[in-house]
Design a binder for this molecule. Structure first.
Ligand code: RIB
Ligand code: CA
Length: 328
């Protein structure tokens, strides 16, 4: 499908989406990698200004290598990769390699990518990119611990008012936690960074487990990805196969949730994602509930809220869009 036709399909089916200038901050990570493949595959809608990487699922050197590796598979070496924080703001690092494999990319064959990372470190790159462009013109997708964005906000507080929406994968309310009983991994891995971001007043759209658990790679959907014959689809299928294995092994069931891809799909097709204004606060002290997201829907002035929490996802529409992009 031509990019122009695909763009029409997205615009026609999912509502008019203007071209978005985007920074993707991630910790690839199997699902981060699928999210990157989707983002790289929609150049008609997403102008990716930079990828910034952070320690999370695996250590910082590997998340940066993995972002460069996926970039090469997608043929998008035009997009710079900036290496970010190797440790959280306060707490010790906590990896999730049991869900992503030692490499961070499951069973995907890894290699040293040709193109290097960019010179500037991630937080400075975020500041330089956002502050050199019109207010509200640069959005972010954050799919890992929020350390880089917190560091950037601390160094340049004006960023909060200048950044376009920041679409975050993180947190949980109804679904409970996935790394502890009450915390989702990205927030638990750096709760102090998340607290800085949500207190900064930057506009956020938050896809917690309440949303991402609605979007699952069922066997039928995975078969549809495998029926596509493109480099992106082949890589995505191998990543999703590993996600099925970890879901079966560590959680139970055969349909892994597509956490990080939801951020890109939300940017591409916001009409598929229902979000409501909330006040979101993060637990940063309690050893028992560290990283818990307290999501308050009862607001005195909903219009003043800077945070929107996704409560409902049209998951069939989301997967149809995923297939459309991977099939290009
Ligand atoms: O809880 C899911 C999140 O934690 C995803 O971003 C996944 O990549 C892991 O980082
Ligand atoms: Ca991630």
């Amino acid at each position: 499908m031509s990019a122009a036709l695909a763009a029409l399909a997205i615009h026609g089916r999912y509502g008019r989406v203007t071209k978005t200038s985007l920074i993707i901050d991630c910790d690839p990570g199997v699902d981060d990698a699928v999210a990157l493949l989707l983002a790289f595959g929609a150049p008609d809608v997403l102008d990716i200004l930079a990828i910034t990487t952070v320690a999370g699922n695996v250590e910082a050197g590997l998340t940066a290598r993995n972002a460069r590796l996926i970039r090469q598979i997608a043929g998008r070496e035009d997009v710079p990769v900036h290496v970010g924080a190797a440790t959280p703001l306060v707490r010790p690092p906590i990896v999730a390699s049991h869900f992503h494999g030692e490499s961070g990319l499951g069973t995907l064959p890894v290699f040293e990518p040709d193109a290097p990372a960019a010179a500037a470190e991630a937080a400075q790159a975020i500041i330089d990119i956002v502050m050199s462009r019109p207010a509200g013109s640069v959005s972010m997708a954050v799919t890992g611990p929020m350390t880089n964005l917190a560091l950037a906000l601390g160094r340049e507080p004006a960023l909060a008012a200048r950044l376009g929406p920041v679409v975050v994968m993180g947190g949980a309310r109804r679904e409970g936690g996935n790394i502890t009983a009450s915390a989702e991994y990205n927030i638990h891995a750096d709760p102090h960074a998340a607290d800085v971001v949500f207190r900064s007043g930057v506009r956020t759209v938050v896809l917690g487990l309440d949303a991402t658990h609605q979007v699952r790679a069922t066997p039928a959907r995975l078969a549809a990805v495998k029926a596509l014959d493109t480099p992106a689809a082949r890589a995505a299928a191998q990543l999703l196969d590993f996600a099925v294995w970890t879901e079966q092994t560590h959680v139970g069931g055969d349909s892994p949730p597509q956490h990080d891809p939801c951020t890109i799909l939300c940017l591409l097709a916001p009409r598929l994602f229902t979000a409501v204004p909330v006040d979101l606060r993060v637990e940063t002290d309690s050893p028992l509930t560290l990283g818990h997201t307290a999501v308050e829907f009862r607001l005195p002035d909903p219009a003043a809220a800077t945070c929107r929490w996704v409560t409902q996802v049209d998951h069939d529409g989301a997967f149809a869009l995923m297939l459309e992009i991977l099939g290009r």
